[in-house]
Every structure is written in C-alpha cells, then in structure tokens.
Design a protein around this ligand. Structure first.
Ligand code: TLP
Length: 390
C-alpha cells in the first residue's frame, strides 16, 4: 500500500495516478507530515533538486541580512540580488519572485492578453505543471508543439503559428524550457534559440525562456547564460533548484518588462516585504553554485550508466546531459510507482513521471556515495525476485 498521501487531490477527491505519455509527477514520494525520514540522515533523496537544504553560509547570511520593505523597493539585499542577476545575464533589470511558477506566469501575463496563444512544448512545465495558470489567470491557450526530446526548433514552432486572420485566435508568445525537465534535462543549442528569437521577432512574437535550470544548461553547453539568452525577451531562472537556495526565482529582461512584471508580482500576491532574508541565500546560490553543477552532471551520468547496466531498466546514458535522469522500467514488470515505493522503503527516494518512467535528479545534497548506494539498491530490488524464483 502506498505510504504517502496523494498530494494532488482536489476538493477532497483523490486524483490517483494518471496514465499518460506526457508525464505525471510526484505521485510517489511526497513527504508526509511527521515522516521525518530525511532527518534520519540515511536517505538518498533524488526526487528533485528542489529538496536541498541551505548551507551554513546561506543560513548565516540569512540571519545577518540587511532588510527593508521590498514593496517600497527598500530592501538592500533584494536590490543587490536583482542587480547581480541582471549583470550576469547582461539584461537591463531583474525581479526576485517567490517561485518559478509565479515567474513564468508573470512573464506570460506581461507578453500576452486574454484570448491569445502561447506556443510551448507538450511536456513543458508551463503546460503540464503550473495548474493551467496561463489559462486560468492569464487567459491564454497553450498551443502545443512537439519538441524533439523537448527541444523546439523554429521549424516546429512555425508550423503551429496562427495565420494573421481576424477569425483565428492569435499567437503572442513562444515559451522554451532550458533545460527541459520532463525530457530528461535536455539542452537547447544556443544557435537554435537565436534562430527562434530572430524569426519570432520578425513575426512580432516574444520569446520567454523557462530557464529554471539554465545554469545546468550553461554547464552542459560550456557557455555563459548571457550568451545563451542574449536574444530572448525574458528569462525565469530558479535559485531554489540546482543552485541550492531555500526559496526563490528570478525574472530577467528589459527595464520595461521588469516594470510591468513588478506590477503583476504584486497583483499575484508576491510582494514580499523584508525578503532580504531569503534573497541573502539566493545571492550566495547565484555567486557560488554554478561552479559546482558539473559535479551533479557527473553524478547523473554515473547514475545513468549504472541504470543502463541494471536488468529491466532502459536509458541511453549519452542522452543525459545535465542533472536529470529519467529511465524506463517496463521490463521489470513493476510500474514506476511500485518501483519508487520499494526504493523508498530502502531509503532511495525517486519520482514516477509516467506509468513506467522514473526520475532521479542529482543535486548538492547527494554525493558520490549516495549515487553508488542508489545504484546498489536498484540492483538489489530488481534482482531479488529473480533469485527467489531460481
Ligand atoms: N519543477 C519541479 C516540479 O514542479 C515538477 C521539479 O521537481 O522538477 N519550470 C521548470 C522547468 C521546473 O522544473 C519547475 C519546477 C518550475 C518551472 C517551477 O518552479 P517552482 O517550483 O519554483 O514554482
């Protein structure tokens, strides 16, 4: 029996596990109240890079942060974080937002109006995991394109742009995800992003990048985030994923974009007052963490190679370019939920992303030994039934 509550129930109804090709997430492994397992210290939590705990340096900076009322623009630590983010991306301005979801929604709201379409990949976070906010709040329709491993090209985008005819809804925005989460941390080549932006701008369309993990993409490409985003109109990136901060994401773009984004942040309830307390950790994450992301990528590759050698599991390690490892478990005879449940009992936490698809995400709180342990446990749980039959 599943040991954790179904976190996705709405109005008291259990939504259960969806059987789809495009991926569900977090049906297994959501931490229940009083669970306390992570506190035991022997858990290898690979559910997401969102689970990291702030470092001692971050906690100290949080305790000592200089603060003010950020709604009045008076929090010096938030102002410093926003200035640094804008500098690093070589954009005019930046805005600290509580979450990636809010950052993406704000960008969509700024670039669109009710009744228009947003082109995005079918498995993108804005399409699948943001509770239809682009429709519910921004009044837009997602217009789905099917990327190759989540990666959109101008050719794929062009095919779904609406003709400029008064009786058709109109395309307003293109949203691309870099790295692409549900495709397994795949990376957009910068030349392709530039090409998309060039054509989009000619067609009077804006391009937003959901760069929740853009620093992982930068490491995979060996390029700077500035170079990778020079033509996009807005970027959201997360401080609270691979970079290890406890809370927060950033929006970067032009002065005019950020001015409007600030208004929508307040409208959506994201005016955070003495937010310097969390921005202080975000600053450390931004300055220090990119330099260590290659370790997470090496760990992900090691995981993928081990998984490829494990009976019943399928993955192509060469496809693993960043910190996300998604593998197929159909041949084991277990569903992803069943596999996650047995792994969890042995201290390895993972997420099911589709019926036979499991996700591991590497991060700063899982070291080499944790990876080896995850692989050993995987091999153990998948070879035990065979031994029992022999
Ligand atoms: N991703 C989470 C889950 O929501 C799936 C995860 O564990 O990977 N864009 C991308 C590409 C994301 O992966 C996420 C979160 C977000 C946006 C939203 O960020 P937050 O959680 O800060 O709202």
């Amino acid at each position: 029996m599943h040991q954790v509550p179904r976190a996705h129930a709405v109005d008291g109804e259990d939504t259960g596990r969806m059987d789809n090709v495009s991926g569900t997430i977090a049906k297994s492994g959501m931490r229940s109240e009083g669970d306390g397992a992570t506190r035991l210290g022997n858990i290898v939590d690979l559910r997401s890079d969102t689970v990291t705990r702030p470092t001692v340096e971050m906690r100290r900076a949080m305790a000592e942060a200089e603060v003010g009322d950020d709604v009045y623009g008076e929090d010096p630590t938030v102002n410093r974080l926003e200035k640094r983010a804008a500098e690093i991306f070589e954009k005019e301005a930046a805005l600290f937002v509580p979450t990636g979801c809010m950052g993406n929604l704000i960008a969509i709201k700024v670039w669109t109006h009710h009744g228009v379409e947003v082109i995005c990949d079918e498995r993108s976070h804005v399409n699948l995991y943001e509770l239809a906010s682009m429709s519910a709040i921004a009044g837009c329709m997602p217009r789905i394109a099917r990327g190759v491993d989540g990666i959109l090209s101008w050719k794929l985008i062009e095919a779904v742009i609406r003709p400029k005819i008064y009786y058709d809804s109109q395309t307003a925005l293109i949203s691309i995800e870099n790295t692409h989460n549900m495709a397994g941390g795949t990376v957009h080549p910068t030349a392709s992003v530039d090409e998309i932006c060039g054509h989009a701008h000619e067609a009077k369309l804006k391009v937003h990048m959901d760069g929740a993990r853009i620093f992982n993409a930068a490491v995979a490409l060996g390029e700077s985030v500035r170079q990778m985003t020079k033509k996009v109109d807005s970027v959201m990136f997360s401080l609270s994923k691979g970079l290890g901060a406890p809370v927060g994401s950033m929006l970067v773009g032009s002065d005019a974009f950020i001015e409007k984004a600030r208004i929508y942040r307040k409208m959506f309830g994201g005016g955070m007052r003495q937010a310097g307390v969390i921005a202080a950790a975000g600053l450390i994450a931004l300055e220090k963490s990119p330099a260590r992301l290659h370790v997470d990528h090496e760990n992900a590759r090691r995981l993928a190679e081990g998984i490829a050698r494990t009976p019943g599991l399928k993955i192509d390690p060469a496809q693993v370019r960043s910190n996300i490892v998604i593998f197929d478990c159909q041949e084991t005879g277990k569903t992803a939920v069943e596999l996650c449940d047995v792994l969890r009992e042995k201290g390895i936490w993972a997420l099911d992303t589709a019926v036979y698809s499991v996700r591991f995400v590497t991060h700063c709180d899982v070291d080499h030994a944790g990876i080896e342990r995850a692989l050993a446990v995987l091999a153990e749980v998948l070879t035990q039934p065979q031994r029992a039959r022999a």
